[in-house]
Design a protein around this ligand. Structure first.
Ligand code: GTP
Ligand code: MG
Length: 348
């Protein structure tokens, strides 16, 4: 039937939905498509009853134009709130970390390398940020990447806090920025609007504490909660192969508690959590909601934005991982074949 439709396939190949419909029709069958064959187990809604939910730390992304001071801000926050050198090791790069403020409250920062990562994550349905800090240098203008960051936050429905940075500079003109923002329909609180903003100097740390207070205020309004008392689920922030340690994946727990020894499925990869580390390489036994951790033990590097989930049943996790792997392989074979045929055509 396939050949008569002009589709050259072997019995091991997957068919496109359209072809499937046509072929089934040939034989008098009707096809019903179920939701993406493998996704069901991971998109399964979490139903927690209200009494199981406890407050969790806000997850904050820092975005803004090049050189406006994102890294300086994150560095300052980290330096003042992380007790350096505790584990004796060097601070490792990690895409996410949790800081404890003087008042005991916690904030999780996502150190997005750029907007691309944010967009990619969003495209994959991974909505992980609760609040976006938009850093704008007050000695500059609202730049293209600032606008982009703002529209990302708006599109994702994530509340923004504007950090007017570099106010220590003699040529800083925060009113100029407020003006430009108002031209984009973003009215900051000082101007009677509802968008929080704070003048800061990320370099010298001035008023960064006030900025963090505003983050916590915003977080309070959002009433962020999660159930720590269930198998962990969350999102992969980044993953790579480390020479000495094997595959190292940074995960953000969104719900439940992740523990050493748990069996994890992340994208098409799986494995038992052998060790769990915080951003300074300190061993952790468990990590609850909003806590980012680096885990060792997966059989490969999942993609940033992949969801992860703990499975009681190891074989179930393995079989889903295998199916995903197979799907991906088939897809890549198909694309490869496609180009070869095209090339052939060109040569003829
Ligand atoms: P990219 O990662 O390249 O997009 O830049 P970024 O937004 O992370 O900026 P970064 O923190 O690297 O800062 C860029 C430059 O501005 C550095 O030379 C910082 O020292 C300087 N800078 C950042 N914040 C301040 C500030 O508050 N005051 C002053 N005077 N300089 C600052
Ligand atoms: Mg930077």
């Amino acid at each position: 039937a396939c050949f008569s439709l002009g589709v050259m396939v072997t019995m091991n190949q997957r068919l496109e939905a359209d072809t499937l419909l046509l072929v089934a029709d040939e034989f008098g069958y009707k096809i019903e498509f179920s939701d993406a064959d493998l996704e069901d187990s991971e998109t399964e809604e979490i139903v927690d009853s209200e009494e199981d939910l406890v407050p969790r730390a806000p997850i904050v992304t820092v975005m803004g134009h090049v050189d406006h001071g994102k890294t300086s801000l994150l560095d300052y926050v980290r330096k003042t709130n992380v007790i350096a050198g505790e584990s004796g090791g060097i601070t490792q790069h990690i895409g996410a970390y949790n800081v404890k403020l003087e008042n005991g409250q916690r904030i999780t920062f996502l150190d997005t390398p750029g907007h691309e990562a944010f967009t990619a994550m969003r495209a994959r349905g991974a909505q992980i940020t609760d609040i976006a800090i938009i850093v704008i240098a007050a000695d500059d203008d609202v730049m293209p990447q600032t606008k982009e960051a703002i529209s990302h936050a708006q599109a994702a429905g994530v509340p923004m806090i504007i950090a007017l940075n570099k106010v220590d500079k003699p040529n800083a003109n925060p009113d100029n920025i407020r003006q430009q923002l108002s031209g984009m329909n973003i009215l900051v609180e000082e101007w009677g609007g509802n968008v929080q903003s704070q003048e800061i100097s990320a370099k010298f740390g001035n008023n960064v504490d006030l900025l963090l207070e505003k983050v916590l205020l915003q977080a309070e309004l959002l009433e962020l909660k999660a159930n720590p008392d269930r198998n962990a689920q969350g999102v992969v922030i980044e993953a790579s192969l480390d020479k000495g340690r094997g595959y190292v994946s940074t995960m953000l727990v969104q719900s439940g508690t992740l523990r050493v020894g748990d069996y994890v499925l992340a994208g098409k990869n799986h494995g038992k959590v052998k060790a769990m580390l915080d951003e300074r390489g300190k061993n952790l036994a468990e990590a609850g909601p909003s806590i980012p951790v680096t885990i060792l033990g997966l059989d490969g590097a999942p993609t940033a934005g992949d969801k992860f989930k703990v499975y009681e049943d190891e074989s179930e996790a393995k079989s889903i991982a295998n199916k995903r792997e197979q799907l991906q392989r088939e897809l890549s074979i198909r694309t490869k074949k496609h180009t070869t045929l095209e090339e052939l055509g060109r040569r003829i």
